[in-house]
Design a protein around this ligand. Structure first.
Ligand SMILES: *Cc1c(COP(=O)(O)O)cnc(C)c1O
Length: 387
């Protein structure tokens, strides 16, 4: 079928035609989500753009969030932080998860703020300050209950004292205190109150050590949307920017990403014919099958085999057989699907396609894992749609 005809048919169905797996990321939706969150929290917004902006592209997500009202950015590694600077982004950037052996000098030269979760980190940062002559702006990170990143309660007093000494030596400025909430996606959970109390205690310890941090921040999207006590001076939000509402808060956030895949082949298949790896997947009846060039290497969870479906010609078509590394087979039944058509693998759900939420249910996971799992082989295309 001619490309022209395919385009016309797709336009009639209001879908984009792609010739390779493509993630369309709607920048207008990202901006609107940032605006919604900033308005709802009434608190300065640090846009978290780690993991390539939750699979949406770190720099485009950063720019969209800033345009939507964010005033700072956050990532895990200094590598990601320096990449934002290289892209010409000038707002405060905080990096919070690095090994003490990290070379912190590029971060200092790039004016990247650094989280400090341990004495080892503080010492490594001070060494880098002495070698570069550039003082560090840091946020001391305390573990308030997740037993994960952040200083243990026992070592907090010591960390604060040494950070204060580093301030006196004019090597660091302790600009912030940070913690993280583990149960904020369950509003009203008693653990959150306990964790907030621990953060207050950690703040008093820091003050007693002579520190005067100006920003205190806790938690991610769920905390920002559902727990006013956790908003403090700054909300660190990532998931919400890309339309994930982990606490089902009811905030009007929209998914910004649509994953499309071209049909590379269509074939007739007989009843009883096997599909894909293994011998467990025989067709119960004769049908037509479409082949899509996306698999688990592209983020289609293999464990969703047997549950998943995609949208073709406006209809849900089940994935049959196991998801392979590079391909999936879809039962299109009587639909007049031809090679060159475009399948909607996931999207906001506005035309009946599965959402990341639905894929997460099929795979027994959370939406974050679905969107961050979209692999590097998938083209990212940033568009302005906002329909
Ligand atoms: C990822 C992350 C966030 C953002 O969390 P979301 O729930 O995605 O908004 C906030 N703080 C820290 C420390 C993080 O690692």
């Amino acid at each position: 079928m001619s490309t022209d005809l395919l385009r016309r048919r797709a336009r009639a169905r209001r879908t984009t035609v792609v010739s390779r797996p493509t993630a369309l990321v709607d920048l207008a939706v990202l901006r609107a989500n940032a605006r919604t969150i900033a308005r709802l929290t009434g608190t300065p917004l640090l846009a978290v753009v780690k993991a390539d902006g939750y699979g949406h592209g770190a720099v485009p997500l950063a720019r969209a969030a800033l345009a939507g009202g964010a005033s700072a950015l956050g990532v895990t590694s200094v590598t990601e932080a320096v990449a934002l600077r290289r892209a010409g982004i000038d707002v405060p950037v905080l990096s919070w998860l690095n090994a003490p052996a990290t070379d912190f000098r590029p971060a200092l030269h790039a004016r990247v703020d650094l989280a400090v979760p341990s004495l080892d980190h503080l010492r490594a940062i001070r060494a880098a300050v002495r070698r570069t002559g550039v003082p560090a702006t840091v946020h001391l990170h305390v573990d308030i209950g997740m037993t994960r990143d952040g200083a243990e309660q026992d070592s907090w007093r010591r960390l604060c004292a040494e950070a204060r000494a580093a301030e006196e030596a004019e090597e660091v400025v302790v600009h912030g205190l940070m913690g993280h909430l583990g149960c904020a996606d369950r509003p009203g959970h008693p653990t959150t109150t306990r964790d907030l109390d621990r953060f207050d205690l950690a703040t008093r310890v820091a003050h007693a050590a002579g520190l005067r941090p100006t920003v205190r921040h806790l938690g991610g999207t769920a905390a920002a949307l559902t727990e006013p006590r956790a908003r403090l001076d700054l909300c660190r939000v990532g998931a919400g920017l890309v339309g994930i509402d982990p606490a089902a808060s009811g905030a009007l956030l929209r998914p910004a990403l649509t994953l499309l895949a071209p049909v590379v082949a269509v074939r007739e298949a007989r009843a009883g014919q096997r599909v894909g790896y293994g011998d467990a997947h025989a067709l119960p009846r004769a049908t037509r099958l479409a082949l899509l060039p996306v698999g688990y290497a592209d983020g289609i969870p293999r464990i969703a085999s047997g549950h998943a479906s995609v949208l073709l010609h406006g209809r849900r078509c089940p994935v049959v057989g196991l998801v392979s590394m590079d391909q999936v087979v879809v039962d299109v039944g009587p639909l007049p699907v031809v090679a060159g058509d475009t399948a909607v693998v996931l999207g906001p759900g506005s035309t009946g396609e599965p959402t990341a939420h639905e894929w997460a249910r099929w795979a027994g996971t959370i939406e974050h894992e679905i969107v961050t799992g979209i692999g590097p082989r998938v083209d990212r295309r940033h568009v302005e749609e906002d329909h």
